[in-house]
Design a protein around this ligand. Sequence first.
Ligand SMILES: *[C@@H]1O[C@H](CO)[C@@H](O)[C@H](O)[C@H]1NC(C)=O
Ligand SMILES: *[C@@H]1O[C@H](CO)[C@@H](O)[C@H](O)[C@H]1NC(C)=O
Ligand SMILES: *[C@@H]1O[C@H](CO)[C@@H](O)[C@H](O)[C@H]1NC(C)=O
Length: 300
Amino acid sequence: MRSFAILLAFSFLATSGVLGQKVVLTNDDGWAVAQIRAEYAALKSAGFDVILSAPAVDKSGTGSSTATPTVLTSACEFNSCPAGSPATASNATDTRINYVNAFPVDAVRFGIQTLAPKFFGTKPDFVISGSNIGNNLGSGITGSGTVGAASEAAKEGIPSIAFSGASGSQVSYTTLSQTTASSTVPANIYTSLIIKFVNALLNNTGAILPAGISLNVNFASTSSCTSASSYKFVLTRLTSSNSATDVTTCGTNHLPAESTVIKTGCIATVSVFNATTKADVGAATQQVVLNKLSSILSCS
Ligand SMILES: *[C@@H]1O[C@H](CO)[C@@H](O)[C@H](O)[C@H]1NC(C)=O
Ligand SMILES: *[C@@H]1O[C@H](CO)[C@@H](O)[C@H](O)[C@H]1NC(C)=O
Ligand SMILES: *[C@@H]1O[C@H](CO)[C@@H](O)[C@H](O)[C@H]1NC(C)=O
């Protein structure tokens, strides 16, 4: 009976495409925030092979800044490591959870270049950056460390997605035990949405995403959207354009701007951006992403 249940679980994972997929998880809010630890636990439970590599302290708003990691001169965020701790280190009991005392770009690089060879024996299959606490929309994404880390991964040839959510707060992962807290509820809803999104993306053949691009996914506030199932994913663009010709979908070849669509309800916007310029891509590249995500995309 038990082996039958295990067999069923494995065949589900195999058909949904996630079995053993190698993921580096990063952010700009820091390695010890509730949001990233909720995701780490859920991705593991869903069958992913995960490494967490994120900044030792909050590095929000640092874009694509980079530096050599340094010894901690004060404690890691929420006292998650003492002053004087090394420039990079693992959690004592789970060495797959790591901090890097530098910028988000440095943290994802460390995950891809140092931790992945060690734990996976090869490159990661993809990188998840965020979910960030707070949305990252439009031309303003250039300042986001969450987007900076996703862009770095794509530039290193690793498919990546930057996620950001309107709700939640920068609190320690130790607060996740308070399951009804106003910080825990959005952390769990956004985590479910991320797993749904990644499962849909992976449920395809061929390259996970086109080279040189990344996805900017933003979740609306959870205040009137009480579960992951209340959200709809909508294909958008970073900035509105009257002149650009986008992929044809939902009866038009002009995608709506993400900052407009996100205000319209329980929405998750999905924009395709160039990892080098952090600007919208052309219709052909949008089309590839549209095809891969068609099982979850809605028109509004
Ligand atoms: C390290 O991981 C253990 C086990 O998951 C956890 O109990 C502990 O709080 C973690 N500490 C930090 C600083 O991440
Ligand atoms: C995977 O793709 C199949 C066929 O295209 C579809 O029926 C199924 O719902 C998809 N599963 C997920 C998790 O998106
Ligand atoms: C991204 O932008 C750079 C610089 O304009 C360009 O050379 C490259 O082809 C673009 N990549 C994609 C996938 O659009």
